[in-house]
Design a protein around this ligand. Structure first.
Ligand SMILES: Cc1cc2nc3c(=O)[nH]c(=O)nc-3n(C[C@H](O)[C@H](O)[C@H](O)COP(=O)(O)O)c2cc1C
Length: 162
């Protein structure tokens, strides 16, 4: 069973969730970087609009080869209730035919569910079978708490099965 986690993180919280999953599930890890400036007030405003409109962006790496993997995780923060431009850009470049996919979304406190719903539509359009998904609220949580929450989800969702 070979697993890979493909994710985007701006502020580091999704990064910590992804790294905890990778460690516990013995999965490979690919962080997608968005080349557009997303920090500061202006960056956040643009990001909100881009996420709402599902605007594509320039990313690195520009592609991920999923050929050897059985299970593919996609992880992203929630931006205005939507997936981030970086994760949608990479999903639209992946061949997910016959891949088992697990989706996860971090959020401050709400609208992670609409993010997951949209991700689900996007990966299914590319041939994936969604076998699990989860959201994780990150507001006011320190790294230790985020690691604990992620480890709890692994147990509750029985993610070692896939
Ligand atoms: C542009 C922008 C829009 C956001 N929109 C939402 C939102 O709709 N709901 C929410 O709960 N959190 C929202 N957040 C907060 C992030 O989803 C949350 O802090 C996430 O865990 C950050 O992950 P990261 O540190 O990996 O970037 C938003 C953050 C940004 C920068």
């Amino acid at each position: 069973m070979k697993r890979i986690i493909v994710y985007y993180s701006l502020g580091g919280k999704t990064d910590l969730v992804a790294k905890t999953l990778a460690k516990k599930l013995n999965a490979d890890l690919v962080r997608i970087h968005d080349l557009k400036k997303r920090n500061g007030f202006a960056g956040r405003l643009v990001s909100t609009i881009n996420a709402f409109r599902e605007t594509k962006t320039h990313i690195t790496p520009s592609n991920v080869d999923l050929t050897e993997y059985d299970t593919v995780y996609f992880g992203t923060p929630t931006w205005s209730g939507n997936p981030t431009p970086a994760i949608l850009t990479i999903i639209d470049r992946c061949n997910l035919t016959k891949k088992d996919v697990i989706l996860f979304a971090t959020m401050d406190s709400n609208r992670g569910d609409t993010n997951i719903k949209r991700l689900e539509e996007k990966v299914k359009m590319r041939g994936a079978r969604v076998i699990e998904s989860f959201t994780l609220a990150t507001k006011n949580k320190d790294p230790k708490q985020l690691i604990n929450d992620t480890e709890a989800i692994i147990e509750i969702k029985d993610l070692k099965m896939y």
